[in-house]
Design a binder for this molecule. Structure first.
Ligand code: APR
Ligand code: PHB
Length: 389
């Protein structure tokens, strides 16, 4: 088999890249380790920056998003039993769209199918070869047979645990990492959301987040210990803990119900540099991870794909390698700013027992400053709605 760009991974990064390249007449093949059902079973954050919405429009997958997505003009922040609002529209003129990442992935699969895009599922042992040459190729196994596709370039969109990043020689790759001493326990429930806007709650028992997918579907999280096991968290225990961490008026309005999904995720900040080696380009979680507190994961994957699709287009349309050569530097400038923002939001809002009473007072002072300073709120709002591409 032969193609122009071999893409590893069918998460949002791989599918969006595949679709954008196809629309520019660039042939590509996507290799995915899992089944489609598995990929669509993952539940992740659902806050989309206008830049990512624009890219989805360019990819012609905006119809459902525009119909079902909710425009959010601000977020809530609560601490000390009181809630406050950060008004994105007033502070930046911009806003975000709330639409589930699972739904985006579903829409992207549908768009690829409608254009007969090639997505090979259940591809085992996907391996990039010859990335330092002008003629790389990918091999994989499926159904007991081995397969090969020759390509001009490889896009590693295979997430944090993928094979792409590991193919870059150790003496070239630098990684930067921070692991946080807690996780997020998330619950999805078929209940009306307790707040109209996504609300971040600081509490001495730990952080809590009230989010939503629609008028009837809610998503909640509580900060939990990394030693916690999901079996120890009955629905009743979850709702009780969540309620204790919310300001009184929100807690009283909370409608509870059976969980549809419940999972614990660790929090991590991670960046790999460079994002390109030879003919291999990393995009999305393959190159960087953010803690979910700023809802930046999908948005960063989208900005990488924005730069990468343009770099490939420049090469195929005019033989210009300039944008490929600057791809890594370009992405990393934006990536590091989103890393800083996600780290800051995480540090501001979570409970860090190791910081002691002094640390707790400093956090409260910063929160108090934030909600009373237009400058501080603008800085948050600018980052939350997304820095320019
Ligand atoms: N071979 C083939 N496919 C692989 C391999 C491999 N060795 N390793 C991983 N994959 C697949 C995974 O099964 C997954 O479907 O690559 C895909 C990577 O998708 P994501 O993890 O969703 O990463 P990405 O597309 O970069 O999306 C970033 O998704 O992880 C969230 O929070 C993150 O919102 C962010 C967004
Ligand atoms: C979510 O809805 O799952 C969500 C929203 C905002 C975040 C993280 C997750 O910061």
């Amino acid at each position: 088999m032969k193609t122009q760009v071999g893409i590893i991974g069918s998460g949002p990064a791989g599918l969006l890249l595949s679709q954008l390249l196809h629309l520019r007449g660039i042939a590509n093949v996507v290799l995915e380790r899992q089944s489609r059902e598995y990929v669509l079973g993952r539940i992740r954050a659902g806050v989309i920056e206008p830049g990512a919405v624009e890219l989805l429009r360019e990819a012609r997958v905006h119809a459902w998003l525009e119909r079902e997505g909710q425009i959010h003009e601000g977020i809530g922040i609560s601490f000390g039993g009181r809630r406050h609002r950060i008004d994105f529209r007033a502070l930046t003129g911009s806003c975000v769209t709330v639409y589930g990442q699972t739904e985006i992935t579903r829409d992207l699969f549908a768009a690829r199918d409608s254009l007969s895009g090639v997505i090979i599922h259940d591809a085992e042992d996907v391996t990039p070869h010859g990335i330092e040459t002008d003629a790389p190729w990918l091999t994989w196994c499926k159904g007991g047979a081995s397969h090969r596709v020759d390509c001009d370039f490889i896009a590693g969109c295979d997430g944090f645990h993928g094979v792409s990043r590991r193919s870059i020689p150790a003496n070239v790759l630098r990684t930067f990492e921070k692991v946080y001493p807690f996780g997020w326990l998330g619950v999805l429930s078929r209940t009306p959301p307790v707040t109209r806007e996504v609300t971040y709650n600081h509490h001495e028992r730990g952080f809590a987040l009230c989010s939503m997918r629609s008028e009837t579907l809610s998503r909640y999280y509580v900060q939990c210990s990394l030693d916690d096991h999901i079996d120890e968290w009955s629905d009743d225990r979850f709702w009780e803990e969540l309620r204790r961490r919310l300001p009184g008026d929100i807690a009283r309005a909370l409608v509870t119900g059976p969980s549809i999904e419940k999972s614990i995720a660790p929090l991590r900040s991670f960046v790999a540099e460079p994002m390109r080696h030879g003919r291999l380009f990393l995009a999305g979680d393959a190159a960087h991870i953010v803690p979910p507190t700023g809802a930046k994961g999908l948005n960063l994957a989208a900005s990488d794909v924005h730069y990468l699709s343009r770099a490939f287009a420049a090469w195929y349309e005019s033989g210009d390698a300039g944008a490929m050569d600057t791809y890594s530097d370009h992405c990393l400038r934006r990536v590091w700013k989103a890393e800083r923002f996600s780290w800051w939001m995480t540090t501001l809002l979570h409970h860090f027992p190791e910081n002691g009473p002094f640390g707790e007072r400093i956090q409260l002072a910063e929160l108090d400053y934030l909600v009373n300073s237009r400058a501080a709120m603008t800085a948050l709002a600018e980052n939350y709605v997304g820095l320019p591409y």
